[in-house]
Structure formats: C-alpha cells, structure tokens
Design a protein around this ligand. Structure first.
Ligand SMILES: [Zn+2]
Length: 140
C-alpha cells in the first residue's frame, strides 16, 4: 500500500437508496442521499414542480376559460344574439367557479364573474341558462 493512501478514508458506508431514482448506491459521505449529483438536482427540480402544480393547474383553467370567452365573444353568433348558452360553454370546456374578480352590473345588480378582462353574467333562468359576456370597461 502506498503511503498516500492513509489520507483517504477507508470508512465504508452501507448501501443506501437514491432519493431520486430509488436505486441502491454506496455513499462516499454519510450525508449523501443521491447516487449522482445530477439526481440531487433532479430531485429538487421535481419537488419544486410538485409544489407549483396546484398553482399551474389553476392558471391553466384560467387561460382555457379566458380563451373560450374570447372565442365566443368574437363569434358572429354571439355578436348577433349577445348571449351564450351554458351548454356551449361546457361543451368548449369552460369550468365555472374559477374567476379573478367580480363586479356588479349597474343595469340590473347582477354579479359579473371576471376572468381577466372578460366577465360572465347570468341573464337566463332555470329553463334557459344563458349568459352575457362583458369586456371590462364596457359594462352596461
Ligand atoms: Zn439516483
């Protein structure tokens, strides 16, 4: 044995399971929890992704709802009728109960549910579930 080998720790650590890939590895340090430095990075990136998930899903719903409102609002049919049936909103994948802010219509006191600058106001009844779409700053 060469003299310099004395400086290297001869301590053997028992096999551990990588926190990221779950594969067994032999740590070279008591604190080592990952088989490779990359798996330590991956583990923390994945953890952050999980933590961000509810926020991202919420925003995806907002984006989808918003695009649906824009699409309907700008359609020739809506421009003609100035009303959209709940069935069409649902058919396009609109998810109700997700909105940023509410406003009160000065005309009738109805609550308008806003997704960004597009608001949805229920103007129908039980037999005819229709909504009016408002573009903010153009509430009437
Ligand atoms: Zn690993």
């Amino acid at each position: 044995m060469a003299h310099s080998n004395k400086r290297i720790s001869k301590r053997r650590y028992s096999e551990a399971l990588c926190k990221q890939c779950n594969h067994p590895f032999t740590p070279t340090d008591a604190r080592q929890k990952y088989c490779t430095p990359q798996h330590r990075i991956d583990y923390h990136n994945d953890k952050r992704k999980v933590e961000d998930k509810p926020y991202k899903e919420f925003n995806l719903i907002f984006k989808k709802n918003y695009n649906i409102l824009i699409e309907i609002f700008n359609s020739a049919q809506y421009q003609q009728n100035e009303a959209v049936h709940e069935n069409l909103l649902l058919q396009l994948g609109f998810i109700f109960d997700h909105y940023h802010t509410t406003d009160i219509s000065r005309l009738n006191g109805n609550i308008i549910f806003f997704t960004f600058d597009y608001g949805l106001e229920f103007i129908g009844d039980e037999n005819n579930k229709i909504y009016k779409i408002h573009k903010q700053n153009k509430i009437n």
